[in-house]
Design a protein around this ligand. Structure first.
Ligand SMILES: [Zn+2]
Length: 498
């Protein structure tokens, strides 16, 4: 039975929602079963939990073994509902978030039942931890489903926090950023039969209408227009598909903007590999190869919704194409004439993401005058080897940007870690006898995720003076065949901090 879950953050401990089927309290290991628990239970729904209710936890503590989870029953609105108590991991070392977002997500998923309205209370040390923990919780219960069966139902998971240092949680911001993350998940989970390059553009236009902000504008360059205007990368990759490729440029330009941020996302709505065809095992899941563009769009959505970074002009560029097979497909040995003016000899049609990104960053740095340009993409399998499945790999020419994005990751749970920046020794990987460069490396055992980044960097405008950041999200964009919504909160936070 398809259940659509809404996630709402608010002061629900002060004002308990009616019609709850369950409640749960989670906190870092060692915090839930301490003396604070009765204080939490004394408010709202937990008021019904009498002293006996906490006994199992205290009992377990006395006997020296903390249980993973304990459920008691409490009266709420004249009916008995289960109230679960559980704990998430506490250790957070140097390269992890300010709270264990991975564990928070897992534990929240376990204690909240799959159906019915529920109240989830998360015990944290600070409002900053509440923010990261809240965004982790929101990634459970993704929206996309085409399961059939009995009547579909809707339910709401209400989330509130007990904050130890009593700093104030910004519920509005949490709701806006969480909604953007869930939109990213939905777009990543949607197959190409529904989300192609045309319906994607329609969805972006509908979002712009919904945001209804006079400082927001949209420009779409599509199909043959791309060819005429010199976007050889996006056009070359996407020209064989049933639906035409597109470059979408969203802009939010406040009147008093004094700096500019350009976000460029890879939007390959399906990646068959092209004529360098992927094997079946490598092709399954390639509906998600537009995750970079979805994250960029999600960040834009959240920035506009919360009116964040009011002194910053923000541009979001979505490079949309399907890497399909047809008589018109671009081929190995073809030479593409890129928007940057450079020529690229194709030696692997499956290294297509960097081609569309190259046109995106070239446009951004030639026309939008950014202080920082960021490209984000599910780009290389090698990223997983370099920085793992939780941390995105970053490459940047600016130490200051690197520091800021590391901080943004720790604050949001969209974690990142730096990869090698050394264009002078890696650029020879792309040497071509007949063009300015090839699109795929000579030696796959030589920092190939950084090489892919340097390929994109080579297409920045020659006179570009700003900073550049590349974020490879091949690993963290998905987990267990579902979109994680990775990247939207990271870029949102970066826009606020840079
Ligand atoms: Zn590919």
């Amino acid at each position: 039975m398809p259940v659509t879950t809404h996630v709402k953050f608010g002061a629900f401990l002060a004002e308990t929602p009616a019609d709850l089927s369950a409640a749960a309290l989670i906190g870092a290991k060692g915090t839930v079963q301490l003396a604070e628990l009765p204080a939490v239970t004394a408010s709202s729904v937990f008021a019904a939990v009498d002293a006996n209710a906490t006994a199992p936890l205290h009992l377990a503590e006395e006997h020296g073994s903390a249980p993973a989870s304990v459920t008691v029953w409490a009266t709420h609105d004249d009916k008995l509902i289960p109230v679960a108590f559980s704990q998430f991991a506490k250790e957070t070392s140097r390269h992890m978030a300010i709270v264990r977002t991975d564990s928070v997500r897992d534990v929240a998923n376990k204690v909240v039942p799959a159906k019915g309205n529920a109240l989830l209370v998360v015990r944290v040390e600070s409002a900053a931890q509440a923010y990261a923990a809240g965004l982790a919780v929101a990634r459970n219960w993704p929206l996309y489903s085409r399961k059939t069966g009995a009547e579909s139902t809707e339910r709401t998971v209400y989330v509130d926090f007990v904050v130890a240092d009593e700093s104030a949680v910004d519920y509005d911001e949490l709701n806006a950023v969480a909604a953007a993350i869930r939109d990213v998940q939905r777009r990543v989970d949607t197959p190409c039969s529904e989300l192609n390059t045309v319906t994607y553009v329609e969805e972006v236009r509908a979002l712009v209408e919904r945001l209804d902000d006079p400082t927001v504008s949209i420009k779409v360059i599509q199909g043959e227009e791309l060819k005429e205007q010199g976007f050889g990368g996006i056009y070359g990759v996407g020209k064989a598909a049933e639906f035409p490729p597109a470059l979408v440029i969203l802009s939010r330009v406040p009147e008093n903007a004094d700096k500019t941020l350009a976000l460029v996302g890879k939007g390959i709505v399906y990646d068959s590999g092209g004529l360098s065809l992927k094997p079946t095992s490598g092709m399954v899941g390639m509906k998600g190869d537009m995750g970079g563009s979805a994250a960029v769009l999600g960040a834009f959505e959240a920035i506009v919704a919360t009116k964040a970074a009011p002194e910053t002009a923000v541009h979001a560029l979505l490079c949309l194409a399907e890497n399909a097979i047809d008589g018109k497909s671009f081929k190995n040995d073809d030479i593409l004439h890129m928007y940057s003016g450079k020529t690229v000899e194709i030696n692997n049609t499956d290294a297509e993401g960097r081609l569309v990104l190259a046109d995106g960053v070239a446009y951004a740095t030639q026309h939008l005058n950014p202080d920082v340009v960021i490209d984000m993409a599910t780009l290389t399998g090698a990223q997983l080897i370099t920085t793992g499945i939780i941390h995105a790999g970053i490459v940047t020419d600016s130490e200051e940007v690197e520091t800021t994005v590391l901080k943004s990751g720790k604050a949001t749970g969209d974690l990142v870690f730096p990869m090698l920046y050394a264009p002078e020794i890696l650029k020879s990987q792309f040497d071509s006898p007949v063009a300015d460069m090839k699109n795929s490396v000579k030696d796959r055992m030589n920092a190939q995720s950084s090489c892919a980044a340097h390929f994109v960097q080579a297409h920045l405008a020659k006179d570009y003076k700003g900073a550049w950041l590349h974020v490879d999200i091949a690993g963290p964009a998905e987990a267990a065949s579902r979109g994680t919504g990775f990247g939207a909160a990271l870029l949102y936070e970066f826009a606020k901090q840079f």
